[in-house]
Design a protein around this ligand. Structure first.
Ligand code: ACO
Length: 323
């Protein structure tokens, strides 16, 4: 029997506080028009002090479980993608497992920066396809607001907080058609976030755990790399661009998203964009966008959806799904 990983439920959570470009422009030298024109972002959500990646993950996960009519006890594996874990250890996935009250499943985190959800999806798919798991919960949860330096205008305008979740179940019908993941550590200096307590250099210790990014250099690599992964994904499935119904991209910059859509000859109407009100929620962004478009009825059963992401590492990846 051919086994596919089928999406049976999705969920999402966004914190209550909305922080607008206008509010940020009161504390750093920037403007709403600069931010919107260069990034496509107008506002982002900021978690309350009591919120953590695991608390946000729980809300998104419970939604996905409800949508899939799934008893938490039936989950075989929980994979959480996050760059902002509650603790160094245990993993955020273990904390989520405890929150969901699940006793007998495997839970672990994946760290691939903004590509984390695609990496997690790819791992989940391998376990399901091989017959080693029947139901896997994939979550991306991020508190980006806690690792940006709010005095650095080149990064603080970009990021937001939130969590997205997706529940996969084994199916004889189609589901995930293929996943493709890549890494290249050569670019580690262009985008990173030091852990000050374990950083080996004084310079990194002084950066106090904040994101450091050479934005325009990251931008160029991201556009080229995402163009390549579109070709790789289509070739692997013997598919033509015209067969893709929806693009669900990582939400880093509207100009990067538009370049990928152009490569696919897709109208922006076929692209799920949440960036304007959410900013870049790192590993949560693709799952949040997917959840939104499923829940508002844009993505329909049977349609072909291309998910893609690019992030620190560099890491990048795609997943082609027949929903
Ligand atoms: N407001 C006003 N001016 C600004 C701001 C700001 N917020 N930020 C930078 N500038 C200035 C710069 O100082 C520079 O001024 P100069 O010309 O006098 O030197 C000018 O604007 C242009 O700066 P660039 O960095 O070249 O601007 P760019 O058009 O590249 O936009 C941005 C910057 C939005 C960060 C863009 O490069 C980008 O989106 N990069 C990719 C981000 C990304 O994809 N990251 C990967 C995922 S994230 C992850 O993995 C965690």
């Amino acid at each position: 029997m051919i086994r596919y990983s089928r999406v049976i439920g999705t969920g999402g959570y966004l914190p209550e506080e909305i922080r607008t470009n206008e509010q940020i422009s009161r504390t750093v030298d920037t403007s709403d028009s600069w931010i919107f024109e260069r990034t496509g972002i107008k506002s982002r959500r900021i978690a309350a002090p009591h919120e953590t990646s695991s608390s946000m993950a729980e809300i998104a996960a419970r939604q996905a479980l409800a949508a899939g009519a799934c008893d938490p006890e039936d989950i075989d594996i929980i994979i959480v993608a996050t760059g902002t874990p509650d603790r160094v250890y245990p993993s955020t996935a273990c904390l989520l497992q405890q929150r969901l009250g699940i006793k007998n499943c495997v839970a672990f985190d994946v760290q691939a920066a903004c590509s984390g959800s695609i990496f997690a999806l790819s791992i989940a798919d391998q376990y399901i396809k091989s017959g080693a798991a029947k139901k896997v919960l994939v979550v991306g949860s991020e508190l980006c607001s806690r690792i940006v330096d709010w005095t650095d205008r080149s990064t603080c305008i970009l990021f937001g907080d939130g969590a997205g979740a997706l529940l996969l179940a084994v199916s004889a019908e189609t589901g995930i058609l293929s996943t493709h993941i890549h890494s290249d550590g050569e670019y580690e200096d262009l985008l990173y976030c030091p852990n000050p307590q374990v950083a080996a250099t004084l310079h990194e210790q002084q950066q106090a755990g904040y994101i450091s990014m050479r934005g325009s250099e990251v931008f160029k690599v991201a556009v080229n790399t995402l163009e390549r992964i579109v070709d790789e994904t289509l070739d692997a499935n013997n598919m033509d661009k015209s067969e893709i119904d929806w693009l669900v991209p990582h939400q880093a910059n509207i100009r990067i998203i538009a370049a990928t859509a152009k490569k696919l000859k897709m109208s922006m109407d076929q692209v799920v964009v949440t960036l304007e009100t959410q900013g870049n929620t790192s590993s949560a962004s693709v799952l949040l966008a997917f959840n939104e478009a499923v829940r508002d009825g844009r993505i329909q059963r049977g349609q072909v959806v291309l998910l893609e992401a690019f992030g620190a590492g560099f890491t990048w990846g795609s997943a082609l799904i027949r929903y």
